[in-house]
Design a protein around this ligand. Structure first.
Ligand SMILES: Nc1ncnc2c1ncn2[C@@H]1O[C@H](C[S@+](CC[C@H]([NH3+])C(=O)[O-])CC(=O)[O-])[C@@H](O)[C@H]1O
Length: 322
């Protein structure tokens, strides 16, 4: 069972306190709906992980925990096995006491692309919408954030986050709350809100932008990363049943369309700070995610196209202020 009590205690004393009016009831309803045999299996794996505190923790350049005395071979195998039972790991990599948890995505590359361009996170309270395993939450803490809150409705990702947290000495600076953005009250309280890789999964992208705005404090900063296409301010791609084999992709805007959407939702100082193609080195099959990955989703004879014939994944990072 995952206990959110520490989080409630932390936010009772800060600018997120009004969330307590709805969150405990919402999470107990969530637990009733989501606790099944798979969830019990995952939480069992977390329970069997050792309570361990790193002698050295680097969250600034990577997510790396180390001890002066290395783990015994048996202990290392046991932890690897427990972490493997929480597969597939999509977002990483994590280096935990010399165990290299190499996830499908090099999420550190995305972080490297955006970090030079955003406002300092020093002392800030930040929200990561669609945080997945929580990889970027730890990097936000490494960049100085006081509190990093991730939301994502998927139970497996909550368990992955809690497993990592346990191995990072039960660190309480980052928290994962299993709710969707659409289920959050309007907190108007986060200094920085990240929405990365989520917009194209939302049926209504403008509603998504308004929901993000409702989480930001006055003049807070939004960091939005999404798939984009080439095109002018009137263009967005609505793929058919699948895009790069993903079923739930609704709108992929051109860059000028995305700027237009942000402006229509009242964001200011909108900038595009990075545009890059996703490479088959950034998203690939590993021992920790063994099913098909990007290379299988591209046209084998032309990597500039997806297997369905759409433009291959290109992503852009936008920053804007409330
Ligand atoms: N309504 C929702 N509210 C919150 N999260 C959601 C919602 N719907 C889906 N998600 C979550 O958003 C994440 C999108 S993945 C980006 C991960 C990370 N941000 C990354 O930039 O690497 C992108 C991808 O794999 O296509 C998943 O973890 C979903 O469960």
């Amino acid at each position: 069972m995952i206990n959110f009590g520490n989080f409630y205690q932390i936010i009772a004393k800060n600018e997120l306190a009004s969330w307590l009016e709805t969150l405990p009831a919402q999470l107990s309803a969530w637990q009733k709906q989501n606790i099944d045999s798979r969830f019990n299996h995952w939480t069992n794996s977390i329970d069997h992980l050792p309570n361990i505190k790193p002698d050295v923790l680097d969250l600034l350049h990577s997510v790396t925990a180390k001890n002066h005395t290395p783990l015994s071979e048996g202990e290392s195998k046991r932890i690897t096995h427990l972490l493997m039972s929480l597969s597939p790991w999509r977002k990483g990599p994590f280096s935990l006491y010399d165990i290299a948890l190499d996830a499908e995505w090099r999420s550190d590359w995305k972080w490297q692309r955006l970090i030079p361009h955003i406002r300092s996170l020093e002392g800030k309270t930040v929200l990561d919408v669609g945080c997945n395993s929580g990889y970027h939450l730890w990097r936000m803490i490494g960049a100085g954030a006081k509190l990093a809150v991730g939301i994502d409705p998927m139970p497996l990702f909550l368990c992955q986050f809690e497993a990592i947290r346990k191995l990072l000495g039960n660190d309480q600076r980052a928290h994962f709350i299993p709710v969707g953005i659409e289920d959050m009250p309007k907190l108007n309280a986060f200094d920085t809100v990240f929405s990365m890789g989520v917009l194209y999964h939302r049926r209504s992208p403008l509603d998504h932008l308004f929901q993000l705005k409702d989480q930001l404090s006055a003049n807070g900063q939004l960091i939005l990363e999404t798939l984009v296409i080439d095109g002018d301010e009137h263009q967005a791609l609505m793929p058919g049943e699948r895009y790069a084999q993903m079923r739930n992709v609704y709108f992929i805007p051109s860059i000028p369309t995305m700027v237009n959407w942000l402006a229509k939702c009242g964001f200011k100082d909108i900038k595009v700070v990075d545009i890059s193609y996703t490479s088959v080195d950034e998203q690939r099959k590993t021992d920790w995610m063994t099913s098909d990955s990007l290379v299988d989703f591209l046209d084998p004879s032309d990597h500039r196209k997806t297997i369905e014939g759409y433009p291959a994944p290109m992503r852009a990072v936008f920053i804007a202020n409330k």
